[in-house]
Design a protein around this ligand. Structure first.
Ligand SMILES: *[C@@H]1O[C@H](CO)[C@@H](O)[C@H](O)[C@H]1NC(C)=O
Ligand SMILES: *[C@@H]1O[C@H](CO)[C@@H](O)[C@H](O)[C@H]1NC(C)=O
Ligand SMILES: *[C@@H]1O[C@H](CO)[C@@H](O)[C@H](O)[C@H]1NC(C)=O
Ligand SMILES: *[C@@H]1O[C@H](CO)[C@@H](O)[C@H](O)[C@H]1NC(C)=O
Ligand SMILES: *[C@@H]1O[C@H](CO)[C@@H](O)[C@H](O)[C@H]1NC(C)=O
Length: 433
């Protein structure tokens, strides 16, 4: 009763003032752009729920036929959104090797500044991925940088621009680093700001106070109140919004909470505070999501590697149940904030673990009306580059035609796992009509 009385009051008001927009639509956007309405996405005014794919390696492929066949595989699986890295920076010392191996790079650090590589071994490859995605009806989430060292992530900014630093929060605070980050972000956003093939901008993959190389600094601990990441997210999301009024913006965070009473669990006879709820990582999921230019939230889920002690005698919960709890807590936070929630990465090692546990997690995400489910990571077979065998960088390799396998990858030939996601994609598509 109360709700409908309020609704008619609004309709009346809207009619009087000539405002046609629905009360919870954030902003109108050009055709083909994704918007939010409450906890759901919309595309051209229709609900848009989906299964997405993570493939950081796509812009590192060398041949257009391999890019095409990857998108074909994704589109056949019902994938609507791809998430990939929009960053790739190398140091001057790596240039000769990069030229020889064909390694994609977008920026090069020459010991005093970053130079852009907009050429055929650089941003043209990202252009091509974004354009080909569109041809297959797939939109792209582009991440601007990485909390981790990989592909020119934040640790390299610190090593190159603030040598001698001892803590990772330097990335979030050092003015020269912030200027360099924003200058690159401006390049990317301006390049694609008119493209309906972009789903959203992502500020950083998995921002944390610590990283591969550096520990947290004193200004980035639970005692200091998660202000460092909150402040950085606010500054960067406002900056991106100033460049691009229309595309969605998200953090790319793992979804750590900062609760006054964090969850606990038993470990080796001791009740321990769970670091994913106690602010230790530096993220405060609820406050980050409340920022006005953060349009939706992301969270990631790797309990097997995050908690080697789960399923341990003396622990009172399992990997499968921990995941259900994590899913619940995020959807509840999204409902409180009235913004969409994306289960943006999750993975388990081994085919048996995947087959046994994914159905429960995916079903729960569907039951709780997650706007999006994006496993880490879809694999493809039959890539032809260098005969189907090529080291890309680090230990990432196309191996006998299969895309890189970090243990979490699942391929189309592994039908028991593959079918979990193709079925989920069908259910999400039905919700989107
Ligand atoms: C970066 O490359 C330059 C040469 O271009 C080299 O002198 C320097 O040691 C390299 N720095 C790192 C951190 O690799
Ligand atoms: C680095 O690049 C900048 C801008 O492109 C240029 O001004 C500078 O001379 C370069 N420095 C080195 C050491 O190559
Ligand atoms: C584990 O035990 C603690 C303390 O009894 C409790 O607070 C927590 O909810 C339990 N976890 C699960 C998943 O049952
Ligand atoms: C499957 O899960 C169990 C329990 O977490 C773990 O010990 C095992 O290593 C996993 N298998 C693989 C292949 O990762
Ligand atoms: C599927 O492809 C992957 C990658 O090439 C391979 O490791 C695996 O053995 C293949 N077959 C099955 C049933 O997993």
């Amino acid at each position: 009763m109360l709700a409908s009385a309020l609704l008619s009051a609004f309709v009346l008001l809207a009619a009087v003032s000539g405002v046609a927009a629905s009360p919870t639509t954030k902003r109108s956007a050009p055709p083909g752009f994704v918007t939010t309405k409450g906890t759901q996405f919309e595309l051209d005014g229709e609900p848009f729920a989906f299964v997405g794919a993570n493939s950081y390696w796509l812009p590192l492929l060398l041949t257009q036929s391999d890019v095409e066949s990857t998108f074909q595989t994704m589109s056949q699986a019902g994938v609507k959104v791809l998430r990939t890295w929009g960053f790739n920076a190398i140091n001057g010392s790596e240039l000769a090797g990069a030229k020889e191996s064909g390694l994609t790079y977008y920026q090069i650090w020459n010991s005093s500044s970053f130079a852009l590589n907009a050429g055929s071994q650089g941003l043209e490859r990202l252009d091509n991925v974004i354009e080909t995605a569109g041809k297959h009806g797939i939109k792209v989430i582009v991440a601007f940088s990485n909390n981790w060292v990989g592909y020119g992530g934040s640790d390299l900014y610190i090593q190159w621009m603030a040598p001698g630093s001892t803590t990772h929060d330097v990335f979030f605070k050092n003015p020269s680093i912030i200027t360099a980050y924003q200058s690159y972000v401006r390049t990317i956003v301006e390049r694609y700001k008119d493209s309906p093939n972009i789903f959203a901008w992502e500020l950083l993959n998995e921002a944390r106070c610590s990283s591969d190389t550096y520990p947290s600094g004193p200004s980035c601990t639970p005692a200091s109140g998660a202000e460092t990441l909150l402040g950085w997210y606010k500054e960067q999301s406002d900056f991106v919004r100033s460049l691009d009024p229309d595309h969605l913006i998200t953090t790319g965070g793992e979804g750590h909470f900062f609760w006054t009473h964090p969850r606990t669990y038993w470990f080796n006879g001791q009740l321990v505070s769970d670091y994913n709820w106690n602010g230790q990582a530096g993220e405060d999921f609820d406050r980050n999501l409340a920022l006005s230019n953060i349009d939706f939230a992301t969270y990631h889920m790797y309990p097997q590697s995050w908690y080697p002690e789960l399923d341990f005698p003396g622990s009172n919960f399992s990997i499968a149940n921990w995941g259900l709890q994590w899913i619940n807590d995020h959807i509840n936070a999204g409902n409180r904030a009235d913004k969409p929630i994306v289960l943006e990465e999750f993975g388990l090692g081994g085919l048996d673990n995947k087959t046994q546990i994914y159905p429960t997690w995916v079903q729960h995400a569907l039951d709780t009306k997650h706007a999006s489910i994006m496993p880490w990571q879809f694999g493809v077979l039959g890539l032809t580059e260098d005969g189907g065998n090529r080291i890309i960088k680090y230990s990432d390799a196309v191996n006998h035609g299969a895309s890189p396998n970090d243990g979490n990858t699942f391929y189309p030939n592994q039908t028991a796992v593959w079918n979990i996601f193709t079925r989920a994609a069908e259910i999400q598509a039905q919700r989107s009509q």
